[in-house]
Design a protein around this ligand. Structure first.
Ligand SMILES: NC(=O)c1ccc[n+]([C@@H]2O[C@H](COP(=O)([O-])OP(=O)(O)OC[C@H]3O[C@@H](n4cnc5c(N)ncnc54)[C@H](OP(=O)(O)O)[C@@H]3O)[C@@H](O)[C@H]2O)c1
Length: 265
């Protein structure tokens, strides 16, 4: 089991939901934190809270939808703080829009935030991890990364892309002392559906009942970190929503009949 005490951790999407819960757990463990988000005010509040339990917490603000900002942020982190031990690619945005009605700009924006930003950061930080011969990379996928679902076309595509990319990376760098963990949360009680974008790019603004009844972000963070510490390749986090995952695996024809009838909320 890997200890994260005094280890340098960079986490995106840190100021809200699952990211915020991960940050609080990591602070309790005494990790050295670099917390990334767009929301400066929330980051500062979180930093002050973390500094009650850990000696090191710095903030960095950048927009995951702007590749240059992501590259610059990675360069800043390396220059100011050195080699990151654990990178948690967690920031993300969901959608509520039919594939046929979604403008390509929205599809590209979702892919940029939910996929390309993560691999930009990973590519930038990986060489120093390899040079040190240690490190962990984590990526937050989703149950939507295991099967497509109504009104989630590009979100689901980005989350599937996460799986393909990080599974490949894992096998390529396993012998260099670096673990890769992909987390697949199901329904977690955060604002993800409220912040999801519609076809016009505006926030959906509605709390999904499944998320409202879902696992707490705190509980999700505990499962997520346990998997990272153990160097597990993947972790499924949630409750009965994973029945659909198992149904697809073992009874795909029943799965495809059922999933099409479940409407998006
Ligand atoms: N909640 C669930 O049920 C669920 C299920 C499966 C997967 N996930 C995944 O879990 C991760 C965290 O989501 P969450 O549930 O915690 O939702 P959330 O509360 O909406 O958090 C999303 C985080 O991503 C950040 N983010 C979004 N767009 C960004 C951008 N352009 N630039 C920088 N940061 C950006 C947000 O920052 P701002 O505060 O600046 O908006 C926020 O911190 C996401 O990857 C999501 O896909 C969640």
């Amino acid at each position: 089991m890997i200890s994260l005490r005094d280890r340098l951790v960079l986490i995106t999407g840190a100021a809200s939901g699952i990211g915020k819960a991960l940050v609080k757990e990591l602070a309790k463990e005494g990790a050295k934190l670099i917390i990334a988000d767009r929301n400066a005010e929330e980051l500062e509040k979180l930093k002050q809270e973390c500094l009650k339990s850990t000696s090191f917490c710095e903030t960095i603000q950048f927009d995951l939808s702007v590749p240059e900002e992501v590259s610059n942020a990675a360069a800043t982190v390396l220059e100011k703080y050195g080699t990151v031990f654990l990178l948690i690619n967690n920031g993300g945005i969901s959608m509520r829009s039919l594939a046929a009605e979604t403008p390509i700009e929205i599809d590209r924006k979702i892919m940029e935030i939910d996929f390309f930003a993560h691999i930009i950061l990973t590519k930038a930080l990986l060489p120093s991890m390899i040079a040190k011969g240690e490190g962990c990379i984590a990526a937050t996928s989703s149950l939507s990364g295991k099967f497509g679902f109504h009104q989630r076309s590009s979100y689901s595509a980005a989350k599937h892309a996460i799986q393909g990319y990080y599974e490949t990376l894992r096998m390529e760098i396993a012998h260099q002392g670096i673990s890769v963990t992909i987390a697949y949360p199901g329904s977690i009680n955060t604002s993800i559906s409220v912040n999801a974008i519609e076809k016009d790019g505006k926030p959906h603004g509605i709390m999904d009942p499944a998320q409202a009844k879902g696992m707490s972000a705190e509980n999700c963070a505990k499962h997520y970190l346990k998997a990272i510490r153990k160097g597990k390749p993947e972790v499924l986090i949630g409750g009965k929503e994973f029945i659909m995952f198992h149904l697809k695996r073992f009874f795909p024809s029943i799965f495809f009949r059922v999933i099409g009838k479940i409407k998006a909320t």
